[in-house]
Write a protein that binds this ligand. Sequence first.
Ligand code: C2E
Ligand code: MG
Ligand code: MG
Ligand code: MG
Length: 275
Amino acid sequence: HAKEEGNGYYRFFKPSLAPLVEEKMQIDNGLYKALKEEQFSLHYQPKINAATGELCGIEALIRWSHPELGMVPPDKFIPLAEESGFILEIDNWVFREACRQNKEWQDAGLKKISVSVNISARHFFQGNLKEMVERGLADTGLDPHYVSLEITEGVFMRNMEQVIETILYLRGRGIQISIDDFGTGYSSLNQLQRLPISDVKLDRSFIRGITSDEKKSSIVKAIIDLVHSMNMKVVAEGVETADESQFCKDLRCDELQGYLFSRPLPAEQLKELLK
Ligand code: C2E
Ligand code: MG
Ligand code: MG
Ligand code: MG
């Protein structure tokens, strides 16, 4: 039945859909090879201390240079890798590489800062996050106090007890835990209260236009005050203008991140900032 339907669909939409489907397959098939043949690299985006303006951390963001497609943005392949489960392999590579790179910079005597790694919700349900983290730390020798994991609200959708246990374990090792894209998912502030989270990253959709949207700014102010009352820090994501930056500072955001300060940079360029 599905096949028949699929055929009709295909014939009807052939001119526009076929290339898209093909590209999707090309990306899916290419992921395994990409990992094996070292087509992935990491860029690092600075986080700024809102009070001092100092660089206080970096976020590792994956980049894929595909031999035929060129640079493939994460939004094009991360969702596919999430679907297939291959994200577990990708995040494992990212975690190790980010730790290895940070340790190398520390050993070279550069400023010591924390590196954040994005972790798919899949790790909490299918993977073995604790083992992956322990192996990466042991193999690279990085002090866990310089590691932060960014998770999304999606991890709170099921297995809450197991999620709390894992986060407690990681925090016990000195690792920081952030909630990424906060406000776009389904977590409640009540759930947040039950978790030993270090900071909340306010999604950039809350920051965009905050200076001219009174409704938005009062919501953001309420969120920030609530998060602070739970003894967690607030990071503003996607700060693009000086006005947005000032507004976030006035609302007492702790850290700022966005194109205003820096785009994600290749390792060599980030190294210059650490000097
Ligand atoms: P994210 O973790 O929320 O990362 C922030 C994204 O916003 C990055 O896009 C960053 O380049 C972009 N960004 C930063 N500042 C600004 C700004 O001022 N304005 C705008 N318009 N955008 C800004 P990127 O690198 O394309 O990554 C997109 C998403 O892909 C990430 O969102 C994250 O969810 C996912 N991702 C990236 N690397 C990894 C990874 O290694 N593992 C996993 N699981 N996901 C990853
Ligand atoms: Mg992130
Ligand atoms: Mg985000
Ligand atoms: Mg995101």
